[in-house]
Design a protein around this ligand. Structure first.
Ligand code: AFP
Length: 336
């Protein structure tokens, strides 16, 4: 029995009778929540304080960095280093691992985040978010090593996202249940609003950027075409272009989100766009704990061994039956 309206702090301590979180994980989550409160406030008044728009920098993926990305990244990194709750940080905005503060080296945890996912939507007032994943270190002392960072998604000890939407929400999983909290901005506190989220077994929504469909592989093209055929169940298409927003909607309503491998540059092989460690893995853990499924094309996302902190993969994620039907179409294709 969980208490609606209970504070995040109370929830992490297990006040409502839920299993309490490990103290080290709770400390990281609380620090992330503190930074997210500030990001939420500033996202809401970004135009007023002059932090909307682009910088002239590019991140490690060659994408233009929006001013709010830089701001959110600095806020998270500074907060996590000062509070000494992690022994290493990896961010979408930094090519290399970010070292902890000297005191942070004593922590057992590392964190990955995408500080502002969906940043191309910032200027047009569409929902954006912060995605994070927390791992326990493998090394025993000092700053975390690359090996500590290159664990599979199954090794995540907590993962989730903040969604800066019509309200600001935190959705995370630390033990096995998925819980949603809504920011009570007058109190600066996240409060339990969506206990024990379960995703529908199948949905009616499919979400993908269909402008890329010409370069998808045949089974994926056929799967999406079948969703649109008059004989299929009535599916509807919804795609915001902010992964957090698209994921959150489908988690609650059911459905399937696809970002398949596509040809980014003519002449180059097809590849995935989304990043394994701070986009796909955290959402895959949430989806699995809510009853859904996440695969690249054949494998569970959570079993993929990362080759680097910015590893990209194709992603198909959502309701168990919908993702199962996608996989079945691939199998049929292979057998034909
Ligand atoms: P940005 O944070 O650079 O806007 O990227 C967002 C993202 O990785 C993810 O949030 C979206 O699902 C995806 O890109 C949208 O990509 P397309 O514009 O290629 O559909």
């Amino acid at each position: 029995m969980q208490l609606i309206g209970e504070s995040l702090r109370g929830h992490l301590l297990g006040v409502g009778g839920n299993k309490p979180a490990d103290a080290g994980i709770a400390a990281v989550l609380q620090e992330l929540a503190r930074a997210a409160c500030v990001i939420s406030r500033d996202v809401n008044r970004a135009g007023l304080v002059g932090i909307l728009g682009r910088t002239d920098q590019h991140n490690v993926h060659g994408e233009t960095v929006q001013k709010l990305d830089v701001y959110a990244n600095e806020l998270l990194v500074d907060g996590l280093r000062k509070s000494a709750v992690v022994c290493g940080i990896a961010s979408e905005e930094s090519e290399n691992i970010i070292s902890p503060s000297a005191a942070g080296e004593k922590s057992d945890y590392i964190v990955y985040f995408d500080p502002l996912d969906g940043s191309s939507n910032i200027d047009v007032n569409v929902s954006i978010g912060t995605i994070f994943a927390i791992y326990r270190r493998r090394s025993t002392k000092g700053a975390a090593t690359l090996e500590d960072f290159l664990q599979t998604g199954r090794d995540q000890v907590a993962a989730g996202y903040f969604l800066y939407g019509t309200s600001t929400m935190l959705v995370f999983t630390a033990v096995d249940s998925v819980n949603g909290f809504t920011l009570d901005s007058s109190a600066g506190e996240f409060r339990l609003s969506h206990p024990n989220i379960r995703t529908p077994e199948r949905g009616r929504i499919y979400s993908c950027n269909e402008s890329n469909s010409g370069t998808w592989d045949t089974p994926t093209q056929e799967y999406v075409a079948a969703l649109k055929s008059t004989s299929s169940r009535a599916y509807t298409s919804r795609y915001v272009g902010s992964f957090v927003a698209d994921f959150h909607r489908n988690l609650l309503k059911g459905g399937i989100f696809l970002y398949p491998a596509d040809v980014r540059e003519p002449g180059k092989p097809a590849s995935g766009k989304l990043r394994l460690m701070y986009e796909c893995n955290p959402m895959a853990l949430l989806q699995e704990h809510a009853g859904g499924l996440a695969v690249d094309v054949e494998h569970d996302i959570l079993d993929i061994v990362p080759v680097g902190i910015h590893h990209r993969v194709p992603l198909v994620i959502g309701s168990r039956i919908d993702v199962g039907e996608y996989l079945a179409r691939r199998r049929e294709h292979r057998a034909a």
